[in-house]
Design a protein around this ligand. Structure first.
Ligand SMILES: Cc1cc2nc3c(=O)[nH]c(=O)nc-3n(C[C@H](O)[C@H](O)[C@H](O)COP(=O)(O)O)c2cc1C
Length: 182
Protein backbone atom coordinates (compact mmCIF):
# COMPACT_ATOMS: atom_id res chain seq x y z
CA UNK A 1 0.00 0.00 0.00
CA UNK A 2 1.19 3.45 -0.91
CA UNK A 3 2.35 5.41 2.16
CA UNK A 4 3.00 9.06 2.81
CA UNK A 5 6.45 9.59 4.22
CA UNK A 6 8.01 12.66 5.77
CA UNK A 7 11.76 12.82 6.29
CA UNK A 8 13.17 15.23 8.86
CA UNK A 9 16.77 15.81 7.83
CA UNK A 10 18.61 17.73 10.53
CA UNK A 11 22.17 17.96 9.24
CA UNK A 12 23.87 21.30 9.83
CA UNK A 13 25.65 21.13 6.51
CA UNK A 14 24.15 21.03 3.06
CA UNK A 15 25.05 17.70 1.45
CA UNK A 16 25.92 16.28 4.86
CA UNK A 17 26.24 12.56 5.46
CA UNK A 18 22.86 12.14 7.11
CA UNK A 19 21.24 14.12 4.32
CA UNK A 20 22.84 11.86 1.70
CA UNK A 21 21.38 8.88 3.56
CA UNK A 22 17.99 10.59 3.60
CA UNK A 23 18.21 11.01 -0.16
CA UNK A 24 18.97 7.30 -0.63
CA UNK A 25 16.07 6.35 1.66
CA UNK A 26 13.85 8.69 -0.36
CA UNK A 27 14.98 7.17 -3.67
CA UNK A 28 14.16 3.68 -2.41
CA UNK A 29 10.76 4.74 -1.10
CA UNK A 30 9.90 6.59 -4.32
CA UNK A 31 10.96 3.60 -6.41
CA UNK A 32 8.54 1.53 -4.34
CA UNK A 33 5.74 3.98 -5.19
CA UNK A 34 5.40 5.91 -1.94
CA UNK A 35 4.84 9.65 -1.58
CA UNK A 36 7.92 11.13 0.05
CA UNK A 37 8.80 14.61 1.21
CA UNK A 38 12.14 15.52 2.73
CA UNK A 39 12.38 18.59 4.90
CA UNK A 40 15.83 20.05 5.46
CA UNK A 41 15.37 21.58 8.90
CA UNK A 42 18.35 23.93 8.49
CA UNK A 43 16.38 25.78 5.81
CA UNK A 44 13.44 26.30 8.14
CA UNK A 45 12.81 28.79 10.87
CA UNK A 46 12.07 26.72 13.97
CA UNK A 47 12.24 28.35 17.38
CA UNK A 48 12.72 26.46 20.60
CA UNK A 49 9.68 25.48 22.65
CA UNK A 50 9.03 28.20 25.23
CA UNK A 51 7.48 25.78 27.71
CA UNK A 52 4.63 28.26 28.18
CA UNK A 53 2.10 25.45 28.62
CA UNK A 54 -0.59 27.15 26.53
CA UNK A 55 -0.95 23.92 24.54
CA UNK A 56 -1.13 21.39 27.35
CA UNK A 57 -2.90 23.53 29.94
CA UNK A 58 -5.35 25.46 27.77
CA UNK A 59 -5.45 23.49 24.49
CA UNK A 60 -4.38 26.62 22.63
CA UNK A 61 -2.29 26.66 19.50
CA UNK A 62 1.38 27.40 19.95
CA UNK A 63 1.80 31.20 19.98
CA UNK A 64 5.03 31.02 17.96
CA UNK A 65 4.72 32.02 14.34
CA UNK A 66 7.41 30.10 12.49
CA UNK A 67 7.75 27.06 10.25
CA UNK A 68 7.15 24.43 12.95
CA UNK A 69 3.35 24.32 12.61
CA UNK A 70 3.48 23.30 8.95
CA UNK A 71 6.02 20.56 9.63
CA UNK A 72 4.01 19.25 12.59
CA UNK A 73 0.92 19.15 10.39
CA UNK A 74 2.82 17.04 7.86
CA UNK A 75 4.00 14.72 10.63
CA UNK A 76 0.46 14.25 11.90
CA UNK A 77 -0.77 13.45 8.40
CA UNK A 78 2.05 11.09 7.39
CA UNK A 79 2.05 7.32 7.75
CA UNK A 80 5.81 7.24 8.16
CA UNK A 81 8.20 9.63 9.90
CA UNK A 82 11.94 9.42 9.27
CA UNK A 83 14.18 11.19 11.78
CA UNK A 84 17.76 11.74 10.68
CA UNK A 85 20.49 13.32 12.76
CA UNK A 86 24.24 13.71 12.86
CA UNK A 87 25.65 12.35 16.10
CA UNK A 88 26.70 15.28 18.26
CA UNK A 89 28.37 14.33 21.53
CA UNK A 90 26.80 10.88 21.32
CA UNK A 91 23.35 12.37 21.02
CA UNK A 92 21.07 13.82 18.38
CA UNK A 93 21.79 17.37 17.26
CA UNK A 94 19.99 20.37 18.74
CA UNK A 95 18.13 21.08 15.51
CA UNK A 96 16.26 17.76 15.61
CA UNK A 97 15.66 18.03 19.36
CA UNK A 98 14.22 21.51 18.89
CA UNK A 99 11.82 20.16 16.25
CA UNK A 100 10.82 17.29 18.53
CA UNK A 101 10.15 19.66 21.43
CA UNK A 102 7.92 21.80 19.26
CA UNK A 103 5.65 18.77 18.78
CA UNK A 104 4.42 19.33 22.34
CA UNK A 105 0.92 20.45 21.27
CA UNK A 106 0.35 17.67 18.75
CA UNK A 107 2.36 14.54 19.52
CA UNK A 108 -0.76 12.76 20.81
CA UNK A 109 -2.19 13.13 17.30
CA UNK A 110 0.85 11.34 15.88
CA UNK A 111 -0.81 7.96 16.22
CA UNK A 112 0.01 4.68 14.46
CA UNK A 113 3.18 6.12 12.93
CA UNK A 114 5.97 4.02 11.58
CA UNK A 115 9.34 5.53 12.41
CA UNK A 116 12.69 5.07 10.69
CA UNK A 117 15.89 6.40 12.24
CA UNK A 118 19.03 7.57 10.45
CA UNK A 119 22.32 8.74 11.97
CA UNK A 120 25.94 9.31 10.98
CA UNK A 121 28.99 9.71 13.17
CA UNK A 122 32.72 10.24 12.79
CA UNK A 123 33.91 7.40 14.99
CA UNK A 124 33.57 3.77 14.11
CA UNK A 125 31.53 2.93 17.17
CA UNK A 126 28.08 1.56 16.44
CA UNK A 127 27.40 0.88 20.12
CA UNK A 128 27.81 4.52 21.12
CA UNK A 129 25.50 5.57 18.29
CA UNK A 130 22.67 3.86 20.18
CA UNK A 131 22.60 6.85 22.53
CA UNK A 132 21.47 9.07 19.67
CA UNK A 133 18.92 6.50 18.53
CA UNK A 134 17.65 6.24 22.10
CA UNK A 135 16.94 9.99 22.08
CA UNK A 136 14.81 9.52 19.00
CA UNK A 137 13.13 6.51 20.61
CA UNK A 138 12.10 8.68 23.56
CA UNK A 139 9.94 10.64 21.15
CA UNK A 140 8.52 7.52 19.48
CA UNK A 141 7.48 6.29 22.94
CA UNK A 142 5.29 9.39 23.30
CA UNK A 143 3.47 8.98 19.98
CA UNK A 144 0.48 6.69 20.60
CA UNK A 145 0.64 3.22 19.09
CA UNK A 146 3.70 4.12 17.03
CA UNK A 147 6.71 1.95 16.42
CA UNK A 148 10.26 1.90 15.18
CA UNK A 149 10.57 0.02 11.90
CA UNK A 150 14.23 0.33 11.03
CA UNK A 151 17.51 2.17 11.45
CA UNK A 152 20.36 3.24 9.20
CA UNK A 153 23.65 3.71 11.02
CA UNK A 154 26.70 5.17 9.30
CA UNK A 155 29.80 5.04 11.46
CA UNK A 156 33.25 6.24 10.39
CA UNK A 157 31.71 9.14 8.46
CA UNK A 158 33.31 12.37 9.64
CA UNK A 159 33.65 14.64 6.65
CA UNK A 160 31.02 15.54 4.09
CA UNK A 161 30.65 12.71 1.61
CA UNK A 162 32.49 10.08 3.68
CA UNK A 163 29.25 8.14 3.85
CA UNK A 164 29.28 7.59 0.09
CA UNK A 165 31.66 4.66 0.53
CA UNK A 166 29.65 3.19 3.41
CA UNK A 167 27.31 0.20 3.11
CA UNK A 168 24.81 2.40 4.93
CA UNK A 169 23.97 4.08 1.59
CA UNK A 170 22.62 0.83 0.15
CA UNK A 171 20.98 -0.02 3.48
CA UNK A 172 19.16 3.33 3.36
CA UNK A 173 17.91 2.63 -0.16
CA UNK A 174 16.73 -0.86 0.79
CA UNK A 175 15.01 0.36 3.92
CA UNK A 176 13.18 3.03 1.93
CA UNK A 177 12.24 0.48 -0.71
CA UNK A 178 10.81 -1.92 1.83
CA UNK A 179 8.67 0.59 3.73
CA UNK A 180 5.28 -0.93 4.37
CA UNK A 181 6.35 -4.48 3.59
CA UNK A 182 6.29 -5.77 7.16
C1 LIG B 1 29.33 19.47 17.35
C2 LIG B 1 29.73 18.14 16.81
C3 LIG B 1 29.75 17.06 17.67
C4 LIG B 1 30.11 15.80 17.19
N1 LIG B 1 30.11 14.75 18.06
C5 LIG B 1 30.47 13.54 17.61
C6 LIG B 1 30.50 12.42 18.50
O1 LIG B 1 30.18 12.51 19.68
N2 LIG B 1 30.91 11.21 18.02
C7 LIG B 1 31.28 11.06 16.71
O2 LIG B 1 31.64 9.96 16.33
N3 LIG B 1 31.22 12.09 15.83
C8 LIG B 1 30.82 13.32 16.25
N4 LIG B 1 30.78 14.38 15.38
C9 LIG B 1 31.00 14.13 13.94
C10 LIG B 1 29.67 14.00 13.18
O3 LIG B 1 28.82 13.07 13.78
C11 LIG B 1 29.95 13.59 11.74
O4 LIG B 1 30.73 14.59 11.10
C12 LIG B 1 28.68 13.33 10.94
O5 LIG B 1 29.02 12.83 9.67
C13 LIG B 1 27.87 14.61 10.75
O6 LIG B 1 26.74 14.35 9.96
P1 LIG B 1 26.30 15.36 8.80
O7 LIG B 1 27.37 15.30 7.74
O8 LIG B 1 24.99 14.87 8.36
O9 LIG B 1 26.19 16.72 9.41
C14 LIG B 1 30.45 15.63 15.83
C15 LIG B 1 30.45 16.76 14.98
C16 LIG B 1 30.09 17.98 15.46
C17 LIG B 1 30.07 19.16 14.51
Amino acid sequence: MKKSIIILSSTSRRGGNTDLLCDRFMEGAKDAGHNVEKILLRDKNINECLGCGLCYNFHKECPQKDDAALIIDKMVNSDVIVMASPVYFYNICGRLKTMIDRCCAHFLEMTNKEFYLIAAMGEDNRELMERAFDSMRSFIMCCPNSKEKGVVAATGSLNIGDVKSSPAMEAAYQLGYTVGSS
